[in-house]
Design a protein around this ligand. Structure first.
Ligand code: ATP
Ligand code: MG
Length: 412
């Protein structure tokens, strides 16, 4: 590399090889499950007007106040690279009149951008899979979304991650809880971290989410949401938890889990690696793999009608780290061209094999003497030899009747 070759942008990754296979595996499993659970596929713009995020996430959130990639375009409009999916999906729901599809189940995946301090499992461009149910007021929507999340982790072979579940109550319960938190923390203000002092009046729930050592000693005794839940909010949460129990989804109560964004109501959740587990080791301190909740107030903040909704997103890179490195599917058949005059026959064979879904490749270049060694290096299950007069046989271990069938040849 020459000294004047531009470097990649800090916090971005070029993903390749076994890591890219793990990434693709996560995405494939996700889309298989979203079909099983009847979520419709959708694609959304990577950028939106800045106000889409500023209004729906709230100005005081970390994402809006510190992490957004915002810029003016040539027309002088302030645009932002999406830092999350939900706000843009809500915008799309309103501008496209998707109310007609309610309750709408949508699923998508793609890149997100946040100006963060890059470290393991934390990037400036990262990717998420995302699932949302919009226009569904009932706890059954929460149950199904969570069941899909849990199912996905199991399908990925990740068994040491647990659902941490909380309720933030309805608007009324959340407001009383908020006041109680302000009262509790105000007395301690001088001892809190700088960030939390700032959060105190604007966004006191976020103090509970603090990872700062200065704040930690005061968190355990902070007022709990349970003291403030209205009957309606309590019943809603009970319906979610009993639904999860019936569906066999394991969960633990996490009564100080608040999530970073302002728009959450009722259910809030994260899937977190179990303490001391292999997944906890793999992810270090960046431990949430999947998070979400109910955001009944979001559509109104974008000028739309009150629309109950619930959703989650998971970091593909973090899930891929837990999946571990994966290999591309094994090479089933290698066509070995032993004489260049057989090239047409070789291509015909290859086409037949691939049409049958048999992973295959060809070695047809370089010195004829070295082709066999080259083919063996790729570790194919079977080698199909082709010379100038035609195809003359399969070698390799195990059954190869499927290969014979693909190329219309009787198994010997
Ligand atoms: P964290 O507490 O780790 O900052 P968050 O609350 O900001 O997470 P969400 O906005 O809920 O994360 O995003 C959902 C998921 O997206 C996270 O659980 C994580 O897997 C992933 N994620 C978020 N930010 C990043 C990032 N900068 N790099 C990689 N993955 C990320
Ligand atoms: Mg974050």
């Amino acid at each position: 590399m020459s000294k004047n070759t531009p470097k990649a942008i800090r916090g971005t990754q070029d993903i390749f090889g076994p890591e890219a296979e793990a990434f693709a595996f996560v995405v494939e499993k996700f889309h298989r499950l979203r079909k099983l659970y009847r979520f419709r596929r959708a694609e959304f713009p990577v950028f939106e007007k800045t106000e889409v995020f500023a209004r729906s996430l709230g100005e005081t959130t970390d994402v809006v106040s510190k992490e957004m990639y915002s810029f003016e375009d040539r027309g002088g409009e302030s645009l932002t690279l999406r830092p999350e999916f939900t706000a843009g999906i809500a915008r799309a729901y309103l501008t496209n009149g998707w109310q007609q599809f309610a309750p709408l189940r949508v699923a998508t995946h793609g890149p997100l951008f946040r100006y963060e301090r890059p470290q393991k499992g934390r990037y400036r461009q990262f990717h998420q899979i995302d699932a949302e149910i919009i226009g569904a007021p009932d706890p059954q929507a929460d149950v199904e979304l969570l069941a899909m999340a849990d199912h996905l982790l199991k399908e990925l072979g990740i068994n040491d991650v647990t659902l941490h579940l909380n309720t933030l109550g309805d608007a009324e319960s959340r407001e009383s809880w908020r006041s109680a938190l302000i009262e509790y923390f105000r007395v301690l203000k001088g001892e809190l971290s700088e960030d939390s002092q700032e959060r105190l009046e604007k966004n006191p729930l976020r103090i509970l989410d603090s990872k700062d050592r200065k704040d930690k000693p005061f968190l355990a005794d902070a007022p709990k949401i349970d003291e403030f839940l209205s009957d309606e909010a309590r019943n809603f949460f009970a319906a979610v938890t009993s639904g999860l129990d019936a569906a066999g989804v394991k969960w633990v109560r996490a009564d100080s889990l608040v999530r970073g964004l302002d728009y959450y109501r009722h259910t809030a959740f994260e899937f977190v690696p179990d303490e001391g587990s292999v997944s906890a080791d793999a992810l270090g301190s960046q431990s949430t793999v999947l998070g979400g909740g109910r955001y009944d107030g979001l559509m109104e903040s974008l000028g739309g009608p009150a629309t109950p909704a619930v959703g989650w997103a998971a970091g593909i890179e973090r899930l891929a780290m837990l999946v571990g490195e994966r290999q591309a599917p094994p090479l089933e058949a290698m066509v070995l061209l032993e004489h260049d005059d057989g090239l047409a026959i070789a291509n015909e064979l290859l086409a037949k094999l691939r049409a049958r879904g048999i992973v295959s490749d060809i070695i047809a270049s370089g010195s004829v003497k070295k082709r066999y060694d080259k083919a063996m290096k790729q570790e194919p299950r079977h080698i199909l030899r082709v010379n100038e007069t035609g195809y003359y046989g399969v070698s390799g271990e195990g059954d190869f009747s499927h290969i014979d069938a693909a190329i219309n040849r009787e198994t010997e």
